[in-house]
Design a protein around this ligand. Structure first.
Ligand code: NAI
Length: 248
């Protein structure tokens, strides 16, 4: 049912975790993928393993985003699928967070979606349509403790998704949001480090979750592949939890 033959995709945050897995799944289903990430070494490795093209990019910088989209157009002639996935977390309350950390989280998690989308949407319009998938979070819907900037940014991702879907639906551009629950990636290890805890906690507690585990990057990747494909032709403005029944 899911076939991405001929689709031209950009995945941000593609060097590791959910983005890396998604680049692999999209490529396996036939897409040509540009992998964008700030981490050059891991990004090049991911591109080698998935058969895609790597472009180094800080998604919070408009000039870097332009470089990615230019490279995608030069290699593939356009863009049909954009997965806005790069993201970071800072574990602090509103009393603890620095202004610099607030600005950084907002720039990487939400401003980046505006920067990438405004470059890609005109290309999708030229091509007669396209699919944009944004990465939100369970915490973008219900909030979470000691992650004030992250929760604010992911809440914005959710509502920006709906607004973009309304604005660009008439151009046959679908915009959806995946909201992962706890997923086994470097981000969890980073969070544990910031909290002075062991990442093992996330994994040992996983048995208490409704499906007996936390998410794997591939769980999210397969949902993104569905949203990228024509199998989801009437799905737009949707906010889809991929969290094994509420692990977020
Ligand atoms: P990850 O840390 O494995 O991957 C994030 C990627 O984004 C990394 O490759 C990193 O180098 C890249 N990145 C960071 N800043 C960047 C920048 N300025 N420009 C370009 N690339 C940048 O983490 P994960 O879990 O794969 O995260 C992917 C998305 O999933 C994020 O948006 C995250 O908020 C979201 N998410 C993750 C959850 C989890 O439990 N792992 C839960 C809910 C949402």
């Amino acid at each position: 049912m899911i076939n991405l033959d001929g689709k031209r995709a950009i995945v941000t945050g593609a060097a590791s975790g959910i983005g890396r897995a998604t680049a692999g799944v999209l490529a396996d289903l036939g897409a040509r993928v540009v992998l964008a990430d700030i981490d050059q070494e891991a990004g090049e490795q991911a591109a080698k393993e998935t058969g895609g093209t790597f472009v180094r990019c800080d998604v919070s910088r408009s000039t870097d985003c332009e470089t990615v989209v230019r490279a995608a157009t030069a290699s593939h002639g356009g863009v049909d699928v954009l997965f806005n996935n790069a993201g970071i977390i800072r574990r602090s309350t509103v009393l603890e967070i620095t202004e610099d950390d607030w600005d950084l989280v907002m720039a990487v998690n939400i401003k980046s979606i505006m920067l990438m989308s405004r470059l890609v949407i005109p290309l999708m319009m030229e091509a007669g349509g396209g699919s944009i998938v944004n990465t939100g979070s369970g915490w973008g819907i219900k909030g979470g403790g000691r992650a004030i900037s992250y929760c604010a940014s992911k809440g914005a991702v959710v509502n920006m998704t709906r607004a973009m879907a309304i604005d660009h639906g008439p151009a046959n551009i679908r915009v959806n949001c995946v909201c992962p629950g706890d997923t086994h990636t470097g981000m969890l290890a980073d969070e544990a480090r910031q909290l002075g805890e062991s990442a093992e906690l996330f994994y040992t507690e996983a048995a208490d979750r409704p499906l007996g585990r936390i998410g794997q990057p591939r769980d999210i990747a397969q949902t993104v592949a569905f949203l990228a494909s024509d199998a989801s032709a009437f799905v737009s403005g949707a906010v889809i939890a991929v969290d094994g029944a509420g692990t977020a």
